[in-house]
Design a protein around this ligand. Structure first.
Ligand SMILES: [Cu+2]
Length: 455
């Protein structure tokens, strides 16, 4: 696919026509009244955050906050976002989990050219599935996501879901030191292992926040892992909590159980029965507290558990006729580390390591699927580290695993465990060249990415 800069330059000239820059740049996201071209303006720009009291962190923000402002859309309708780059580096936006046309997918040199400093790009697509999704760049990801360019995208159901209360909880662990300065987003010896971890865990930008919830009500908690490395082992001791959706896709509600492992890029929609006024719950990562949920008295009648969320219109793969493809996710001790020839390659899929500096990698897809064909992918983790495996453009159904019992469900990201083999299935109903990669950003940037073509 080839691009010219004409459309982007044309867009730049159009900037003044929509009134940006008049009366100062709007460092927030909003729905311009009467606009016929877009629903949202979303600006990426530097923003100093006070993540550690008394210290400043030079973050990058979407819509004046990091994690970015929550974008909301309605299922089946258009979402039109004018994205304006006020950073001094090129970037894009990828809409994680949204099944959309390739031109809107935000992958540089595959979907579009990078959006240069001062330029803008109009993202426009329909949102076929309701659920909890998110957005982030697909350029220089360890730094750009690391500095805060991550944000929630909530697609509301066509009809009211039955939840009267909901909260969005964006999880991120920042790579900062005790004075708020950024530390390395990627350290080679960590990239070759589990990925480079940050040290300050936050929810919506705050460390161990208190969230006030209405007593006796059933609240929908949309918990999004927007971190680049960490799998949070979510648990809510003593709570009545049920899972209603995984990675945006509804499931038959079931108890949260002991804990749920939420890998980078993954989301979980929990329904939580808020206890009596004055009581508290602790949302935890393993033994570590992430947030305190405080119950506040309310005049509302005690709430009931809503009905299951309506299924999204994802095509059902036919396992009998499906073609089977195998993908091995391997650690590579034989490949060299970073050198003059390019970035380090510690990881590979079926013997191929993606090179983030090579703009032509997507010209050599690792698999070519027939449009509307049915496929089973066997994903094998040949190493001991977790890989949240994400596919763009398509939803897939998780069928079975050699390590645990699977209740089949649709998703866009599967957390491939230590030495696990899993079978996933899909209908290749969206033509394009779709990135297929680990969402541990360190792994992705050191080889664990490939392109899958649907033609
Ligand atoms: Cu990985």
């Amino acid at each position: 696919m080839s691009f010219t800069r004409r459309q982007i330059l044309g867009g730049l000239l159009g900037l003044t026509a929509v009134g940006l820059g008049v009366g100062g740049v709007r460092y927030w996201l909003g729905r311009p009244l009467g606009s016929t071209t877009h629903d949202y303006e979303l600006i990426a720009a530097p923003l100093d955050l006070e993540l550690i009291p008394g210290h400043s962190t030079p973050a990058w923000a979407y819509g004046g906050q990091a994690p970015g402002l929550e974008i909301r859309a309605k299922q089946g309708e258009w979402l039109r976002v004018r994205f304006i780059n006020k950073l001094d580096v090129p970037t894009t936006i990828h809409w994680h989990g949204i099944r959309l046309p390739l031109e809107m997918d935000g992958v540089p040199y595959v979907s579009q050219l990078p959006v240069l400093p001062g330029e803008y790009f109009d993202y426009q697509f329909k949102t076929p599935d309701a659920g909890s999704f998110w957005y982030h760049p697909h350029v220089a990801s360890s730094e750009q996501l690391g500095r805060g360019l991550v944000g929630p995208l909530i697609v509301e159901e066509r009809e009211p879901s039955g939840f009267l209360h909901e909260r969005t909880l964006s999880l991120k662990t920042w790579h900062i030191d005790e004075k708020g300065a950024f530390s390395a987003f990627s350290v080679p010896r960590e990239a070759a292992r589990e990925g480079t971890r940050g040290r300050l865990t936050t929810i919506n930008g705050k460390a161990v926040p208190s969230l006030e919830l209405p007593a006796g009500q059933v609240v929908r908690l949309r918990i999004l892992n927007l971190d680049s490395t960490i799998t949070y082992r979510l648990n809510l001791p003593g709570a009545e909590a049920r899972i209603y959706a995984l990675d945006g896709q509804p499931i038959e509600p079931r108890d949260l159980g002991k804990e749920y492992w939420l890998g980078p890029g993954m989301r979980i929609d929990l329904a939580v029965r808020v206890p009596a006024a004055g009581a508290e719950l602790s949302l935890r990562n393993g033994p570590l507290r992430l947030a305190t949920l405080k119950s506040l008295a309310t005049a509302e009648a005690v709430g009931d558990w809503p009905a299951p969320l309506p299924a999204n219109p994802v095509a059902e793969p036919d396992l009998q006729q499906a073609e089977v493809l195998r993908f091995n996710f391997e650690w590579s001790a034989t490949l060299a580390g970073a050198n003059d020839k390019g970035p380090a390659k510690y990881w590979q899929i079926n013997g191929q390591a993606w090179d983030i500096k090579d703009k032509t990698c997507a010209d050599r897809p690792i698999a070519t699927l027939k449009k509307d064909g049915h496929y089973i992918f066997e994903l094998r983790n040949m190493a001991q580290y977790l890989h949240p495996v994400h596919l763009h453009g398509l939803a897939f159904k998780v069928i079975s695993s050699n390590r645990k019992k699977i209740i089949p469900y649709f998703t866009d990201t599967y957390l491939l465990g230590k030495n696990e083999s899993v079978r996933i299935a899909l209908v290749a109903d969206n033509p394009g060249i779709w990135m297929f990669h680990c969402h541990v950003i360190d792994h992705m940037e050191t080889g664990l990415m490939a392109a899958i073509e649907v033609v």
